[in-house]
Design a protein around this ligand. Structure first.
Ligand code: TXA
Ligand code: MG
Length: 317
């Protein structure tokens, strides 16, 4: 891992590495981000592995300008007002995802919404432009640690998990972006952050309420998160396939079956399985089978997050 001053050359090299699937930590005006190519599911799976997150929370997709954001998501009138008022800046908008885009399913954790932000930091914007593709980036800290506001913090926390850390000095705000859900008619603040609620109200001409779970438990914004749920019932830890069932397989030893199958990783690689998880679930959900049998996944490394999602997906709505 190399921490290096964010010179033009260093940014070019980092962009090339990012496009090749490596992780790059970079400064934004809020906190440092742990960046991956948002269109590369395997690179995004590496982000979760590096952070040691026990679950797949959807990630914020960073783009260099509004035009790039418009290609990824549907903007309501309110969303456009907020983008006009605060981008580039510390505001993340959760929007309906445009169908048919190249963003990996794992980036949005299978949701039909996407969180998008245009950062206001010269290094972040230069990296985005040099990469020429959207960058998925959570805060560059291990799960449960505070967000990193200096390159040294990133180095201490993520050590050799990143290809390089672009050092742009301490981040100006030191506080994460404000996350606003503008995907439906009722706007809600999902996470308080760098843009004050009063500023949002000024821009919109009306107040935006804080989502309930956030107001009562500020430390766990993930609690109120919707999660991807297939319409087809899942049967977990299946060791055989019942007649008619589809099969979400894992590993080389697959039970005999006649119906549709999707193997998360024939070699039993949990990183590959994570990268394929949401795409595989969607594929089998659309196959028309009355149920999906899911083979056991080891509860280790990324297997923990995979099993967390599968348990949620298996729960009746
Ligand atoms: O300032 C920031 O926002 C930093 C910099 C790097 O941009 N990023 C950051 O990312 O704090 P992260 O992953 O630590 O927090 C992202 C937040 C989480 O609370 C996540 O649940 C929420 O955004 N989020 C992302 N996509 C969402 C979606 N589709 N629906 C609802 N919430 C979403
Ligand atoms: Mg974070």
């Amino acid at each position: 891992m190399a921490k290096e001053k964010a010179s033009t050359e260093a940014i070019e090299r980092a962009a090339a590495a990012l496009c090749a699937g490596r992780l790059i930590a970079f400064p934004t005006e809020t906190v440092y981000g742990l960046g991956a190519d948002a269109t590369n599911a395997r690179a995004v799976a590496e982000v979760f592995a590096a952070k040691g997150r026990p679950r797949f929370n959807p990630l914020i997709v960073h783009v260099p300008d509004l035009a790039a954001a418009l290609r990824l998501a549907e903007f309501s009138a309110s969303a456009r007002q907020l983008a006009a008022a605060f981008w580039p800046g510390a505001l993340t908008l959760v929007l309906p995802r445009r169908p048919g885009g190249r963003i990996a399913e794992l980036t949005t954790a299978g949701l039909d919404t996407i969180a998008v932000r245009v950062p206001a930091h010269a290094v972040a914007v230069a990296l985005l432009r040099a990469a020429g593709r959207p960058i998925a980036a959570p805060s560059a800290n291990r799960s449960g640690h505070v967000s990193a506001t200096t390159a040294a913090h990133v180095e201490a926390d993520l050590g050799n998990r990143v290809h390089s850390v672009l050092d742009g000095g301490p981040t100006p705000l030191g506080l994460e972006s404000t996350v606003v859900d503008v995907s439906g008619p009722a706007l809600r603040v999902l996470r308080l952050g760098g843009i004050a609620r009063a500023a949002l109200a000024d821009a919109l001409g009306r107040p935006v309420p804080v989502a309930e779970a956030e107001a009562s438990r500020p430390a766990s914004p993930g609690m109120l998160l919707r999660h991807y749920a297939p319409a087809t019932p899942l049967r977990l830890a299946a060791r055989e396939v019942k007649s008619g069932e589809a099969l979400l397989a894992f590993g080389a030893q697959v039970p005999p079956h006649a119906g549709p199958v999707f193997n998360l990783s024939t070699s039993g690689d949990l990183l590959e399985a994570a990268a394929n998880l949401f795409a595989g679930l969607r594929r089998l959900d659309g196959a028309g089978a009355p149920g999906i049998a899911v083979m056991p996944i080891p509860e280790e490394g990324l297997g923990e997050a995979i099993n967390d999602r599968l348990r949620r997906a298996a729960r009746p709505a």
